[in-house]
Ligand binder design. Sequence first.
Ligand code: DGY
Length: 338
Amino acid sequence: MRPTGAPPWRWPSSPSPGRNPTPVKRGMKVFVTRTLPGKALDRLRERGLEVEVHRGLFLPKAELLKRVEGAVGLIPTVEDRIDAEVMDRAKGLKVIACYSVGVDHVDLEAARERGIRVTHTPGVLTEATADLTLALLLAVARRVVEGAAYARDGLWRAWHPELLLGLDLQGLTLGLVGMGRIGQAVAKRALAFGMRVVYHARTPKPLPYPFLSLEELLKEADVVSLHTPLTPETHRLLNRERLFAMKRGAILINTARGALVDTEALVEALRGHLFGAGLDVTDPEPLPQDHPLYRLPNAVITPHIGSAGRTTRERMAEVAVENLLAVLEGREPPNPVV
Ligand code: DGY
């Protein structure tokens, strides 16, 4: 479980110079922290690299520390916290090729200081994540999960004009916080549902949607959807004050990172102020089974599956492998972060 509280990482102040590239040699070790769908890892094996894959569901820190020893390349998932201790254990580590677009689980400054390159997988998961954002929005607005439980639990005895009334998306204002690739893909889908789109980002973009300050957006939007990376600046962006500054009866959707939101304050806001929330990410993650969010009928929670389309996940593996090989071969990786 990822701890709550202040993030462990620091943002890099300047690009990494990179450790000296070493030609890929037979037997060099790459450690992959989970099994990955598809055949991308075969490419590493074909190059003579020794690919060690952790096959369990969890990877405790102590085991990560042991298994990373001797690795020149590491492919971690969002659940692996890659801090200075891990980097120091892997003395010859040259590249951390994240199997994710988000890199908040990596201490980027520590990587930069050690000359370790960090890469990620932007682009390939945009559409899948936007799809799940709309799935959560529809589920919350039209009370799909409540309705399914109602039917399955034998409570459906008659049609009634007032049964499980939800919100019509047509005509609602969607406020996107963060307007990168995923935010823009969500906007396109929202337009098809007849929604009006407004957004907030660090700087306005040449887009056909009104740019608002975060405070204006929270006041105007019927639905707020988060699509911004987790950084020291965005940690708990939606704190108590901002959650309660949202319109009464609004919906919050989060498919970005759990720590963008103050979870305790969200629980309170869902007990009367907000219509509901759709969360693919939480803080902490995963949520303990007895967490109050699970007892709120207006909270729909999915287990961080935004990018979990088979093709998307296979492509993420291909991108991570290409980034990793590029660094080991002394080429500039296609998707560098550090
Ligand atoms: C990411 O890529 O950052 C997602 O959270 C997991 O795919």
